[in-house]
Design a protein around this ligand. Structure first.
Ligand code: CO
Length: 151
């Protein structure tokens, strides 16, 4: 397996609406997607685009804002410990998700649940932070046409 692009940083928030205002008004973000629900994952999601190295907005690393969808959301514990929200996970792209799964299994890294379809519509899985230098790590297969910021 070869490490791919840093696709996004997941940021948990008690309010996507407040976070959108923060990224727009304080951070100067010019492109933020409409929030949408991912009930299977227990979250509402939206993406803040950052430019790539050419300055083009929409091809760079994103901030993934995640708000709990309901009381059983997997991010409720995180928000109980971090009421203002905060950095929740990092997501790297790989070319082949099955190969990546085998790679991490071979290194005895704990994979959290099955491979599933993530917020970008491509297969993803998560790795246990205690096996990953303290970081909840999402691995995502690169989107077929481009590189991940596509919706
Ligand atoms: Co993510």
């Amino acid at each position: 397996m070869r490490l791919g692009r840093l696709n996004h940083i997941g940021v948990a928030t008690p309010s996507i609406a407040d976070s959108i205002r923060y990224y727009r008004d304080t951070m100067g973000a010019v492109r933020i997607t409409e929030p949408f629900d991912l009930p299977e994952q227990g979250v509402k999601v939206c993406f803040v685009d950052t430019p790539d190295s050419t300055g083009e907005v929409g091809k760079g690393t994103q901030i993934e804002l995640i708000e709990p969808y309901d009381e059983s959301s997997p991010i409720n514990n995180f928000l109980a410990k971090n009421p203002a929200g905060g950095q929740h996970h990092v997501c790297y792209e790989v070319e082949d998700i099955e190969q990546a799964r085998e790679w991490f299994e071979g290194k005895s890294k704990r994979i959290l649940g099955p491979t599933r379809i993530g917020a970008h519509g491509t297969p993803i899985f998560f790795l246990h932070p205690k096996d990953m230098m303290g970081q909840l790590t999402e691995i995502m297969e690169t989107a077929p046409k481009d590189q991940g910021s596509g919706h």
